[in-house]
Write a protein that binds this ligand. Structure first.
Ligand SMILES: [Zn+2]
Length: 316
């Protein structure tokens, strides 16, 4: 057995540790929301579905706009009251995608997707959680303009945290979709897979949506069996991460593998195999002889894998 590994300080997990105080009690107070939007300290993140608009900076880009500055960019959609940080109100403002496309040509703006921003570290890390919050809620608005109950148009209310149907009077709330992401462990080996969507050298934990009527443990068992043919026993919760692509909650787990023979579901995975602790260590440290890697620290998979390497989890 390898000794406990020292990988140095733990990196920050992307989109977590938000400094936002959501102040949900203010969402139903229209007068308070109007005052917050008019506050000179108020500001907004500007998002056109998958594109984030930022002011180009010398080293880091600036994704935070004064309210007037945000609205002057072009046709906007919903405004979401995200909450406040140190008393300064923060909003997420939706921008028409066509406007964002035209801003791409401007020298003073940088318009790109949130994955790139997070992986490449384009903004101060404290901006990532509120951008994730705004992006997920704005995406929900864009996809819920009509009532799923009766088909009539719905209207945003409560600072963007609800849509109401005036015809059947049903209230609709933003949703988040739970996803289990797990590392199956067999002693000194772990199971990693490759999605066809991954860059060619990257291997990661298996993952899948939790289905209605399923516990987290059931979902871990089912996904590991379906995707790789591996049966699991014990499941332990590790930590979670909002994943705004478009609105998931990643639920990180470790699972005790109780079988070893892999049967790959080729519709889900390009490949899957067992990796030794030493090989995974080399991948995480970016020292693998074949250039294989684990996902970057912005993703929870990195942290799930690292926790196993650092012996935070054992099933023996
Ligand atoms: Zn309705």
């Amino acid at each position: 057995m390898s000794s406990r590994s020292d990988l140095g300080p733990k990196p920050r997990l992307g989109y977590t540790d938000s400094r936002i105080e959501r102040a949900a009690e203010l969402r139903t107070d229209a007068a308070a929301l109007a005052r917050l939007a008019a506050d000179p300290k108020a500001g907004a993140y500007v998002i056109a579905i998958d594109l984030i608009v930022m002011k180009k900076g010398a080293s880091l880009d600036e994704p935070f706009f004064a309210m007037d500055e945000a609205r002057a960019l072009g046709t906007t959609t919903e405004a979401i009251f995200l909450g406040h940080i140190d008393g300064a109100p923060r909003f997420g403002i939706g921008l028409e995608p066509a406007v964002a496309e035209t801003l791409k040509a401007r020298e003073d703006f940088h318009v790109t997707d949130l994955r790139s921003i997070a992986v490449r570290g384009l903004v101060q890390p404290e901006h990532l959680p509120p951008i994730a919050e705004a992006k997920a809620v704005l995406h929900w608005h864009a996809r819920h303009r009509f009532c799923p109950n009766c088909g009539a148009p719905t209207q945003p209310v409560c600072g963007g945290w609800r849509r109401d149907c005036a015809v059947c009077e049903v209230q609709h709330f933003p949703r988040t979709d739970p996803v289990v992401i797990m590392l199956a462990i067999d002693g000194e080996n772990c199971l990693l897979g490759r999605s066809p969507r991954f860059v060619p050298t990257m291997w990661s934990c298996l993952a899948g949506f939790v289905e209605p009527g399923e516990s987290i443990e059931d979902a871990v068992h089912r996904e590991t069996r379906e995707e790789a043919g591996i049966a699991c026993g014990r499941v332990t919760y590790f930590r979670s991460q909002p994943w705004p692509f478009p609105a998931s909650l990643m639920i990180g787990c470790h699972a005790e593998a109780i079988t070893r023979e892999i049967v790959i579901d080729r519709t889900e995975l390009e490949d899957a195999r067992w990796f030794s602790r030493d090989e995974v260590m080399a991948m995480l440290m970016r020292k693998h002889p074949d250039g294989l890697t684990t996902p970057p620290p912005v993703a929870i998979a990195h942290h799930i894998i690292r926790a196993w390497l650092e012996d935070e989890i054992r099933f023996d």
